[in-house]
Design a protein around this ligand. Structure first.
Ligand SMILES: *[C@@H]1O[C@H](CO)[C@@H](O)[C@H](O)[C@H]1NC(C)=O
Ligand SMILES: *[C@@H]1O[C@H](CO)[C@@H](O)[C@H](O)[C@H]1NC(C)=O
Length: 350
């Protein structure tokens, strides 16, 4: 690290020094144009280093071709049943793709050995929203397999991030607590500002947020909520397992006055959860829904997508060959127009 920092610096010192010696010997003969040419070159080099140095310094980004897995969701809505048994709204796929990652849809009908195999190839996992049993459903069974694999991998220094959105956050709390702590925290079709905790300001999730956006997050309704259940701050804080595993980064007030947890981050593990929906800010438009689309809402969505994909870049998992990789990606499927029978514009059915 230190060496990488020093090398460009030493190089630019070397060139400056060499340039000065050249100038000294060239003396009066040196034309003004040559001198300004040299200065130009020198400053170009400097600005070049200044620009590239922080990225090589601050982040180890060995994987620039990340693939994030998305667990397919079980269809529960009658209107969607004719088209498939599981689905992924295209908004989640676009959200992940927008930050420079590819997506692998993961079906719920495979064996444990298949999931172990997939785990070694993908660089992170997204649990999306939906409406299924968080303990007994196929969705919960598969999520638990990946969760355990991710714990073991991270413990061994093999970084593997998980993000849960809405029901995905609820699922993470069930996996960590080993029990379902959900209660009524109705916040349906309402956009809210986040009540950030002190921990949010020292979190990884919000670390790279511009000051102005951080302020906007607390004052403007940038987070779309579409849920009936959630974990109250009280239930969260009284549960030893949740309390030691996650930091609460924000909370909100439900219709019934319940104070619910709205954003969480693993203290030790790269696991993140939001009770709200960052993907709708850029990729869902149904005008009957309170999807935030303001400049700050879009910025918030972009920032978090990039944050999570950047976590995925730290994972070195990969497919055995390009053919296997190509056959696994979402590009093999075509999303269907669903704007006339659901709140989503497009859905992938499986
Ligand atoms: C914000 O959260 C704090 C605890 O972190 C709580 O004491 C306060 O009542 C909350 N305020 C609102 C408006 O949600
Ligand atoms: C929705 O629109 C598509 C394409 O326009 C059409 O084929 C389909 O029948 C419509 N579905 C419903 C439930 O109206």
């Amino acid at each position: 690290m230190k060496l990488r920092f020093l090398t460009p610096l030493m190089l630019s010192f070397f060139f400056t020094f060499a340039g000065l010696i050249l100038l000294f010997f060239a003396g009066e003969n040196m034309l003004n144009t040559d001198f300004s040419g040299f200065l130009f070159l020198f400053f170009t080099c400097c600005s070049c280093f200044v620009k590239t140095m922080p990225t090589t310094l601050n982040r180890e980004t060995p994987n620039d071709r990340p693939i994030i897995g998305i667990l397919t969701q079980q269809v529960s809505d009658e209107s969607m049943k004719p088209y498939g048994r599981t689905y992924i709204p295209a908004s989640y796929v676009k959200y992940i793709e927008s930050a420079g990652s590819r997506v692998m849809p993961i079906r719920l009908t495979l064996s444990t050995a298949d999931y172990e195999n997939i785990f070694r190839k993908i660089n992170g996992l997204l649990f999306i929203g939906g409406a299924v049993d968080l303990e007994k459903s196929d969705y919960a069974r598969v999520a638990k397999i990946f969760y355990k694999l991710a714990l073991t991998a991270n413990n061994a220094g093999d970084v593997f991030p998980i993000w849960g959105t809405c029901m995905g956050l609820q699922l993470l709390t069930v996996l960590v607590a080993g029990e379902n702590l959900l209660t009524n925290t109705l916040a349906e079709n309402v956009a809210l500002p986040l009540n950030l905790t002190a921990d949010a300001y020292s979190s990884r999730m919000f670390e790279d947020f511009p000051h102005e956006l951080m302020r906007a997050v607390t004052q403007e309704p940038l987070t779309g909520n579409f849920h009936h259940y959630g974990v109250t701050v009280k239930n969260f804080e009284e549960n030893e397992k949740l309390q030691s595993f996650f930091s609460i980064l924000s909370s909100n007030i439900a219709v019934n006055g319940a104070h619910f947890v709205s954003t969480i981050e693993g203290k030790k593990y790269p696991f993140y959860g939001v009770q709200w929906h960052p993907e709708v800010n850029r990729f869902q438009w149904n005008s009957e829904m309170n999807f935030p689309h303001s400049l700050h809402a879009v910025q918030l969505s972009s920032q978090l997508a990039e944050f999570f994909v950047n976590e995925g870049r730290r994972s070195l998992h990969r497919f055995d060959n390009p053919e296997e990789e190509a056959a696994s990606l979402i590009y093999n499927y075509t999303p269907m127009f669903a704007g006339n029978f659901t709140g989503y514009e497009q859905i992938y059915f499986f």
